[in-house]
Design a protein around this ligand. Structure first.
Ligand SMILES: Nc1ncnc2c1ncn2[C@@H]1O[C@H](COP(=O)(O)OP(=O)(O)OP(=O)(O)O)[C@@H](O)[C@H]1O
Length: 593
C-alpha cells in the first residue's frame, strides 16, 4: 500500500475510537439515528406530495386533492421540525456526554502520568488538548457526524426514488455524486496534516500565553514586554496563516462542487422540460424531480462542509488519544504489596539513574544503607544529584540500574499509593493551591482538626505569622500562594507535609528561602520530630546547621556518592566536604558582616 494511502487511512482512525465511545450512550445514539431517518423520510415525502397535488389536483382541477396535498405538506413540515429537533437534541446530548467522559479521562490520566511525562510535556499543549481539541471532537459528534450519516442515507434513498421515477434523468443527476465525492476525498487527503498544524499552532500560541502569565513579573523586571508581545503576535500570525491555508484549500474545492450541481440543474430542466413537452413526463414529476435534485445536492454540500470539520476532529482526536494512551511508566507491579510498617533500613544498591531523554546519568553506582531512626543529610554542589537520590525513594522515577529497597524489599514491589502516602516530602519548589491557609495545610488530610493544623504550623514556625493575619487560618491565598513570601510558602509546605501519615520524611532544600535563624528553629523542632516519628529522614540541605545535627551526611559529587559519615568524620576524610563547608562559612561571614 502506498504510504500516502496509509497516512490517509490512519489519519481518520482516531475518529473510529470516538465512534466506539458512543456505545456508552445507546439510547441517545438510537434516538439520534431514528430521528435522522424519520427526518429524511419526511423530506423525501414532500416532493411526492407536490407531484400528487399538481398532477392529480391542479392538472385535474380537483380541489380536494389540492387541499389534501396542502394538508400533507403541512404535516410533513411539522414532522420535519419535530424530527429535526429530536436529531439535534440527541446529537448535542451525545456529544456533551462523550466530551465529558474524554475530559475526565484525560484529566485522570494527567494525574496518573509519571514525573518523566510531565518533565517533557508542555503544560500549554496539555491545556489545548483538554479544551480546544476535545471541543473539536464534540463538534464533530454534534454536527458533522449527523450531517454525514443523514447525507449518505438521503443520497441513497433519493437516488433510488429518482431511478424509479425516470432512470435516464436520474443517471444525469447522479453524475454529480461521484464527481463531488472525488473532489471531497482529495480535499481531505491533502488537508488532514494541515488541520493538525492549525491545532499545533494554537498550542504554540497558548504556550507563550501561559509562559507570560506565569512569568509576567520576570518579563516586567527585564522590560521585555515589547519582545514578548512581538513573539505572541508572530505566533498569532502563524495561526492565522495556517487557518487561511485551510480556507484557501476550501476555496479551491467547493466552487467546483457548486458548478457541478448547477450544471446538473440545467441538464435536468433542459432534458426534463423536453420530456414534459414530449408527453413522457408530467409537470408534477418534473417539479418533484427538481425538488429531489435540491435534496440530493444538500447532503453533498453538507458532507462537503462537514469534511474540514471531520479532518480537524480527526487530528484533534489523535492528539487527545495521544495523552489518553500515554504510557504510565511508574505503576504498580502485579502482586505489589502495601507498604505498612517501616523498620528504617533504606538501601541504595548500586543505583544508577538517567532522566528520560537525557544523555548523561544523574546518578552513578550510588550505594548506601540507612539505619533505623537515622537522620540523613545529603550535601553536594548544585546539580550533583541530591534531589534525584530522594526522588527515587517514593518512586517519582524508577532506577535505571540497581535497586532502592526499604527493609530489604524493592520499592517497586510496593503499591504506589501506600508507598507515597507513607513518605512525607517537602519539595524544593513550593506549590500552593488557591484557597485558605487552612485548606492548604490540610491538603492531604482534609478532615484534620484546626488543632492538628495549628500543631504542625507551630513546628514549621508559621503559626505566629498566620494568627497575625486578620482572617488567621481562614485567610485566602491566591493562585500558587500569591500574597505570601517565599519563606512563608515554604513553611506552609512543611506544615502541609507534617500533617500526613508519614513514616519517612524527606525535606528537599525546603528551608532555602527561610532566614537562617528561622531555619535553625524549624530544624530544631523537626530534628526532634524526625527522631520520634519517622523510621528514617532525609534532609537535602545547604546549611551547616542542618548538616551538623544529622546522624550521617552523604556527600554527592557529579552523580556519585563520594563520601559519607558524621560532620567530624567528613571534616577529616572528605576534601569536597571541607570545600563546601568553607564556602558556606565564607557566605555566612559575608552575610553577617
Ligand atoms: N527532570 C529532569 N530531567 C532531566 N535532567 C534532570 C532533571 N532533573 C534534574 N536533572 C539533571 O540531573 C542532575 C542532578 O539534578 P538534581 O536536581 O538531582 O541536583 P541537585 O544536587 O539536587 O541540585 P540543586 O542543589 O541545584 O537542587 C543535574 O545535572 C540536572 O540537570
Amino acid at each position: 500500500m502506498p504510504s500516502s494511502d496509509l497516512e490517509e487511512k490512519s489519519s481518520l482512525l482516531p475518529l473510529q475510537r470516538v465512534l466506539g465511545s458512543l456505545r456508552h450512550y445507546p439510547w441517545l445514539t438510537l434516538g439520534g439515528l431514528l430521528s435522522a431517518l424519520l427526518l429524511i423520510a419526511a423530506y423525501a415525502a414532500t416532493p411526492q406530495l407536490f407531484r400528487w397535488a399538481i398532477d392529480q389536483g391542479v392538472a385535474q382541477r380537483n380541489l380536494r386533492v389540492v387541499l389534501y396535498g396542502a394538508g400533507g405538506l403541512v404535516a410533513a413540515a411539522i414532522a420535519r421540525g419535530v424530527f429535526n429537533f429530536g436529531q439535534s437534541f440527541c446529537a448535542e446530548a451525545l456529544s456533551q456526554g462523550v466530551a465529558y467522559d474524554l475530559r475526565n479521562r484525560i484529566f485522570q490520566k494527567i494525574q496518573n502520568l509519571s514525573f518523566s511525562y510531565h518533565d517533557q510535556a508542555q503544560t500549554s499543549q496539555l491545556l489545548t488538548r483538554v479544551t480546544s481539541d476535545i471541543e473539536q471532537v464534540r463538534t464533530f459528534l454534534s454536527t458533522s457526524l449527523i450531517q454525514v450519516i443523514s447525507g449518505v442515507v438521503t443520497l441513497v434513498a433519493i437516488a433510488i426514488i429518482l431511478l424509479i421515477m425516470n432512470w435516464e434523468l436520474a443517471l444525469i443527476t447522479l453524475t454529480v455524486v461521484p464527481a463531488s465525492s472525488w473532489l471531497m476525498a482529495r480535499f481531505l487527503r491533502q488537508n488532514s496534516s494541515l488541520f493538525r498544524q492549525v491545532q499545533e499552532q494554537l498550542s504554540n500560541l497558548n504556550a507563550v500565553l501561559q509562559e507570560n502569565l506565569i512569568g509576567v513579573r520576570v518579563v516586567k523586571a527585564f522590560v521585555r514586554e515589547d519582545v514578548e508581545t512581538e513573539r505572541y503576535s508572530h505566533l498569532n500570525q502563524d495561526l492565522v496563516a495556517a487557518n487561511l491555508k485551510t480556507v484557501r484549500s476550501i476555496r479551491n474545492t467547493f466552487p467546483f462542487i457548486f458548478l457541478l450541481s448547477n450544471l446538473v440543474t440545467v441538464a435536468v430542466i433542459g432534458y426534463g422540460g423536453a420530456a414534459v413537452i414530449g408527453g413522457r413526463f408530467s409537470v408534477g414529476e418534473l417539479v418533484a424531480f427538481n425538488s429531489y435534485l435540491l435534496l440530493i445536492l444538500q447532503p453533498i454540500l453538507l458532507i462537503g462542509f462537514a469534511a474540514p470539520a471531520i479532518a480537524q476532529a480527526a487530528a484533534s482526536a489523535e492528539r487527545v488519544y495521544e495523552v489518553v494512551d500515554a504510557e504510565i511508566e511508574i505503576r504498580d507491579r502485579p502482586k505489589a504489596v502495601p507498604f505498612v510498617t517501616c523498620g528504617g533500613r533504606i538501601t541504595f544498591e548500586n543505583v544508577s539513574f538517567r532522566y528520560p531523554g537525557s544523555s548523561t546519568p544523574a546518578l552513578r553506582h550510588v550505594s548506601f544503607e540507612t539505619r533505623p531512626n537515622e537522620l540523613i543529610a545529603i550535601l553536594g554542589m548544585t546539580g550533583s544529584g541530591k534531589s534525584t537520590v530522594v526522588n527515587l525513594i517514593p518512586r517519582f522515577y524508577d532506577v535505571t540500574d540497581g535497586a532502592v529497597r526499604i527493609d530489604g524489599r524493592d520499592v517497586r514491589d510496593f503499591t504506589l499509593q501506600s508507598l507515597r502516602s507513607r513518605i512525607g516530602i517537602v519539595f524544593q519548589e513550593t506549590t500552593l493551591f488557591s484557597g485558605t491557609i487552612l485548606s492548604n495545610i490540610t491538603y492531604a488530610k482534609p478532615h484534620a482538626t484546626l488543632e492538628e493544623a495549628i500543631a504542625v504550623a507551630k513546628t514549621a514556625q508559621i503559626h505566629d505569622f498566620i494568627i497575625s493575619l486578620p482572617e488567621g487560618y481562614h485567610t485566602l491565598v491566591g493562585e500558587r500562594g500569591v500574597g505570601l513570601s517565599g519563606g512563608q510558602k515554604q513553611r506552609l509546605a512543611i506544615a502541609r507535609t507534617l500533617l500526613t501519615d508519614y513514616n519517612i520524611l524527606i525535606l528537599d532544600d525546603s528551608t532555602s528561602a527561610v532566614d537562617a535563624k528561622t531555619s535553625a528553629e524549624i530544624q530544631a523542632a523537626l530534628d526532634d520530630l524526625m527522631r520520634r516519628r519517622t523510621c528514617t529522614s532525609f534532609v537535602v540541605a545547604q546549611r551547616i546547621s542542618t548538616v551538623r545535627t544529622a546522624d550521617r551526611i552523604l556527600v554527592m559529587d557529579k552523580g556519585r556518592l563520594v563520601a559519607q559519615g558524621t560532620h567530624e568524620e567528613l571534616l577529616k576524610t572528605s576534601p569536597l566536604y571541607g570545600v563546601i563547608l568553607e564556602s558556606q562559612v565564607k557566605k555566612s561571614v559575608v552575610a553577617s558582616a
